[in-house]
Design a protein around this ligand. Structure first.
Ligand SMILES: Nc1ncnc2c1ncn2[C@@H]1O[C@H](COP(=O)(O)OP(=O)(O)O)[C@@H](O)[C@H]1O
Ligand SMILES: Cc1ncc(COP(=O)(O)O)c(C=O)c1O
Length: 348
């Protein structure tokens, strides 16, 4: 319960208590204990001599000289913009990426691309909430605040319209690096609910990417090639096709089996550099999301791309091993991240 206190003596005492913090005026609301709680609060504030701006229930603001007129100090931390679906259940996409990047000590700026009740595979049709208007308004707010951004990571977006929105947002916020995981397909098929026009829409966004992490099916769809078995010759050919179409970011193709291991090919000129780890039988959901987040994280920490791919592959293997130990049906919830978080927080 909130009680309105309109008591001249109380306001006088509160002004006195808060004097070191600047000017206050008007009418205040405090919890049921009323004047006593208010006085206690004001005295505590005075004792702490807080150098912050804070708001009391009614919206009255204390201003401190150190704060700018806009109401905040300059923020120097460069946040990372993460744009992908927020699937409410389990550890898919934005939930996994946020967990990983926070464990790596990276400040995130989240723009959920769509809010889903579940991921799109294995749970029938998820309930979806379109976030386009909110995303645009939030990006505009961030631009007005002139916040600095280190980079952006883009994953599953879910509609061609959303892809266009995201492209515009990225152009407005100008992050230094853009890692795009063109999430749309696996094992030869587009994910449920995505239209056949989706790959072309995604290619537009990929033109702005500095690093791309498609799996083999996604690479084939992006280049309009029929879906083959992964092989080096086709991979290099498709890398050239992408380049010719204006997609010039560095290419890391995931889900590659080589020498009894599984990992990715980093396209380096006419060479393919393989990074791999132990293969665990069966399909895992959300490995691609986690790989892209880890790769983004290591790049942000300053690793060169080849090193970052190796680091991401080894870190991901920790989560794959943990997830392999849970019953197969549970894998639909995404990757188990507990051990990976410990691994990441222990890293220097
Ligand atoms: N069965 C598996 N065993 C071990 N690691 C795997 C397995 N499946 C995927 N990974 C790891 O996850 C990475 C991304 O997986 P991939 O299936 O290509 O992603 P996506 O989810 O985008 O299809 C792979 O390059 C590999 O490092
Ligand atoms: C909503 C959603 N986001 C993300 C993904 C990405 O999963 P993965 O990392 O396995 O490509 C999926 C896969 O089905 C999905 O449905």
């Amino acid at each position: 319960m909130v009680l309105n206190v309109d008591n001249q003596l109380f306001i006088f005492l509160l002004k006195l208590a808060a004097k070191p913090l600047g000017t206050i005026h008007g009418q205040f609301s405090f919890p049921a204990s009323g004047g006593t709680a208010g006085l206690f609060f004001a005295t505590a504030v005075q004792r702490l001599n807080c150098l912050i701006s804070f708001q009391i229930f009614t919206g009255e603001v204390y201003n401190d000289e150190r704060l700018t007129k806009g109401g905040r100090d300059v923020i120097e931390t460069k946040a990372s913009i993460i744009i992908e679906d927020f699937s409410a259940l389990g550890q898919i996409s934005l939930v996994a990426a946020t967990t990983i990047l926070q464990a790596m000590g990276i400040t995130t700026a989240l723009l959920p691309a769509t809010v889903l009740s579940t991921q799109t595979e294995g749970f029938a049709t998820p309930v979806a909430l379109d976030t386009t208007n909110w995303q645009q308004a939030t990006a505009q707010h961030w631009a007005q605040l002139q916040l600095p951004f280190q980079g952006a990571l883009v994953g599953y977006l879910g509609s061609a319209q959303e892809v266009h929105t995201v492209r515009q947002i990225i152009r407005d916020l100008t992050p230094n690096q853009l890692v795009v995981d063109p999430v749309m397909a696996d094992q030869g098929c587009l994910y449920p609910g995505l239209p056949a026009t989706y790959p072309a829409a995604l290619c537009d966004l990929c033109r702005d990417a500095t690093v791309l992490t498609p799996n083999w099916t996604e690479l084939c769809l992006m280049t309009g090639q029929s879906i083959s078995e992964p092989n080096p010759e086709d991979c290099l050919h498709m890398a050239k096709l992408l380049h010719q179409s204006g997609i010039t970011g560095q290419l890391v193709v995931t889900g590659i089996h080589q020498d009894g291991r599984i990992g990715s090919w980093l396209v380096h000129g006419d060479q393919l550099l393989f990074s791999g780890a132990d293969y665990f039988p069966g399909h895992f959901y959300g490995t691609g999301d986690c790989f892209a987040a880890l790769l983004y994280g290591y790049l942000t920490r300053g690793s060169k791309l080849h090193t970052a791919v190796d680091q991401a592959t080894q870190a991901l293997a920790v989560a794959v091993k943990e997830t392999a130990a849970v019953p197969m049906g549970e894998r639909l919830l995404g990757m188990q991240l507990k051990k990976l978080v410990t691994y990441l927080t222990r890293e220097k």
